[in-house]
Structure formats: C-alpha cells, structure tokens
Design a protein around this ligand. Structure first.
Ligand SMILES: [Zn+2]
Length: 325
C-alpha cells in the first residue's frame, strides 16, 4: 500500500496564505478542508459517527454517506465548524487571519475582514482558541521551567502597565474583576497558562503539571516559597540590578508582554470568563513564534478541523438570548 503524504507536511500546506485561500474555488476550498480534516486518512473521508472509511461521496452536493452506518455528513460535521454560517473558504480564511495577528485578532476586525456578523466572528474566534487550548489540558512540563504571575482583566490604565505588576500584588489595588494569569514555561519548550483569583492559588496546579526533577525559576514573591520543598528552585530578585543570567524568568516575561499587548492593543479589556481563552491563545503563539506562517496555518487549521463540536460555543448566542429574556 502506498502511503499518501500527510497533507500538513506537504509544501502545499506550508505555503497556504490568506491570499491563496481567497483565490481558492469552492471546489478547491472543499478539497483543502478534506485534506486537513482527514489528513490521517490521506484526505479521504472518515465517518464521524462510526469511524468507517467506507464512504460514498455525492460530489455535486458535497455530502458523504457512510456505507456501514448509513449516516450522512458534510466535511464540517462533528467539528467546531458544524452548523456553520460561513462558506468553507471563509472558514479557511478566518484561520489565516487569526494566525497572521501576532497580538491576536478582535471579533470586530474579523467581522469586517470576512464581511460577516460580529456574533459569527466572535464565536468563531473562541472556537479556534478552544481548539488550540485543547492540547494543553493534559500537558505536563519538565526540564527547566519558569513560573510567574501577572494580573489581567478589568480596566487597565495604559500608563500604569509598566509598574502595575508589583503594585497589583497588594490587595488594595485589586478589583473583583482582575485575575492572576500564572504561566509555567519550559525554557526552549512549551507553555502552560492558568487563571486564578490570586497567583499564590497556582501552587497546587504547579505541583500537578510540573514534573518531579524539574528545575523551577521564580521571582522573589513569597507565594512561591512553597515550591522549594518539591523542586530545586532558583529565585530572581527584581529589586537588585545585577541579575544572575541563569536565575531569570525572561521566558515568562516574554509571554506576559505578548498577553499584555493583546489586552491593550487588540481586545482593550479582557473580561474574566474569557481570560483563560486568551491566555491559551497567547501561549500557543509564543510557543510557535519561530515557525513560518504556513506552518502555523497548518497547525491551527489541523487543530480546529480535528477538534470535536464545541460544548462551550455551540449555540452560544441562542443560549445568551434565552438567558437574557
Ligand atoms: Zn458510519
């Protein structure tokens, strides 16, 4: 049996850009979607209900029928794009626009770019974030891991941004809407962000997600003192000018500066319920920042098209309307 090349490793996938996506015909867009979604099966359809690969394709209607369980499905059935409001090409374009925005992309901007409703863009972007965050759910870290926390959400006075991290550790500066994002980040590796009421609340989660034997790097905040019992821990003293190069949290700082730029430059304020989604998105962007654009596109598209129907976001606006009445 001849193995077809995995689409996401092909030159075609690596060079997919927004311009190229927008020039795809309907047929080509549909074919591209198939290639990404069913990459593991050489781009050939797999029944989302029973897993059978014995599938008929009604090409004119772009509908598939499973020979084993008789169910009919489309290329988006069982993915986060099920019950979509957008054309296939627009979904592919949305992924390209999302990937291109280093600081993230606002729903308003995407709705303008795709000429679609704000609500459609809003839900689509959150589905993408959910898909990218999915692989972090079971992730553990090891090696050399930097840990740091910073506060996000609520209103941020831009001029206070530089000095705010230290200040916000003081209780009197906290409002109910602000939450601590705590990042665990491997040097030259992967990241794992979590959201807590206060940064010290992160310690039990760190114990779960950072493997024994890891060297941990953290700043002088006393909330991290509890880590010493479990890990070799190096502390950074921000209050002195001399910084031991080894004992630094530069990777964590880099992550926070990206999340901060997204908060100020793109989303203006990030409200509590969505902070986790943005924190995951920016971790994904940081971890993949050196990869070429086409590779990022392939990664994001693959994550989105192979992620199951979103429990959080399917029918989101319908539920919101019902809850509001
Ligand atoms: Zn089936």
């Amino acid at each position: 049996m001849v193995m077809k090349q995995h689409f996401l490793l092909s030159a075609k996938a690596r060079t997919l850009s927004l311009a190229k996506v927008m020039r795809l015909s309907d047929e080509e867009a549909h074919e591209t979607f198939k290639q990404i979604r069913w990459a593991e099966n050489g781009g050939e359809p797999v029944c989302p209900r029973c897993g059978s690969v014995t599938v008929y394709e009604y090409r004119a209607r772009r509908i598939f029928k499973c020979k084993d369980c008789q169910s009919q499905f489309s290329v988006t059935t069982g993915t986060i794009f099920a019950s979509r409001k957008l054309a296939i090409r627009d979904l592919l374009a949305a992924i390209a626009i999302f990937v291109n925005g280093a600081k993230g992309i606002s729903a308003l901007q995407l709705s303008r770019d795709l000429d679609c409703q704000y609500k459609t863009a809003f839900v689509l972007l959150h589905k993408l974030r959910e898909a990218l965050g999915a692989e972090m759910k079971t992730r553990t870290l090891n090696g050399h891991v930097e840990i740091d926390g910073a506060y996000f959400g609520g209103y941020v006075k831009p001029e206070n941004v530089k000095s705010e991290r230290k200040d916000l550790r003081l209780k009197e500066h906290q409002t109910g809407k602000r939450r601590a994002v705590v990042i665990m980040r491997e040097r030259k590796g992967r990241s794992l962000p979590f959201v807590f009421p206060n940064e010290g609340d992160a310690v039990p989660t760190i114990r779960e997600r950072v493997e024994i034997g890891t060297t941990v790097y953290a700043d002088e905040a006393s909330v991290w003192d509890g880590l010493h019992a479990r890990y070799p821990t190096k502390r950074v003293n921000h209050s002195i000018n001399f910084v031991d190069e080894d004992a630094c949290t530069n990777q964590a700082e880099s992550y926070f500066s990206r999340l901060r730029r997204a908060e100020i430059g793109t989303h203006h304020h990030i409200s509590g319920p969505y902070l986790n989604a943005y924190a995951n998105e920016m971790a994904w962007r940081e971890d993949n920042r050196r990869k070429p654009n086409g590779t990022l596109y392939a990664l994001a598209a693959s994550a989105a098209l192979t992620h199951a129907v979103s429990r959080n976001w399917k029918g989101y606006w319908q539920r919101a309307i019902i809850a509001g009445t």
